[in-house]
Design a protein around this ligand. Structure first.
Ligand code: SME
Length: 149
């Protein structure tokens, strides 16, 4: 599944549309095609501030459009520069709930010229669904996105 999606990602990002439209199409594609992806969004560093700002996303709207560095899974990834796989969100102390249906989450940082400029965030309504294949695939997505930023 992930292998067949890779060329679709590349094709979307190669078009001449605006960046936010391309990122929206990527979010829509992932949410639609991957069963255990129920909310898919990009957060980006908000200028010079130590906070993340929500970019394009697919899924239910969230109140958490600004997340300070260090807060929640997303804010921790902004500081750690590491993938964060959460098999069960209820087991996390530093977690920001966006929807009561969410059971698990994966956040993968997005590097531009070696700098952590944002992340892709996936919420799942399934418990413990993520494997290393998700990590490798989302790293690929972010590497492709970094090329157009
Ligand atoms: N759960 C995230 C907040 C973002 S929502 O999932 C859209 C967190 O703990 O950082």
């Amino acid at each position: 599944m992930f292998e067949t999606l890779r060329p679709h990602i590349t094709t979307i990002l190669e078009t001449n549309k605006q960046i936010d439209i391309k990122l929206q199409e990527v979010c829509n594609l992932l949410k639609e095609k991957i069963d255990h992806y129920d909310w898919v969004g990009f957060y980006f560093k908000n200028g010079e501030k130590e906070e993340l700002k929500l970019g394009p996303y697919a899924g239910v709207p969230t109140d958490h459009t600004i997340i300070p560095f260090g807060k929640g899974i997303c804010g921790q990834v902004a500081e750690s520069n590491q993938n964060f796989v959460v098999p069960d969100v209820q087991a996390q102390d530093n977690y920001i709930a966006c929807s009561i249906t969410v059971k698990s989450e994966i956040v993968v940082p997005l590097f531009v010229n070696g700098k952590n400029m944002g992340q892709i965030d996936i919420d799942s309504n399934t418990l413990d669904p993520f494997t290393e294949d998700d990590e490798r695939f989302l790293e690929f997505v972010n590497e492709q996105v970094a090329k157009i930023l």
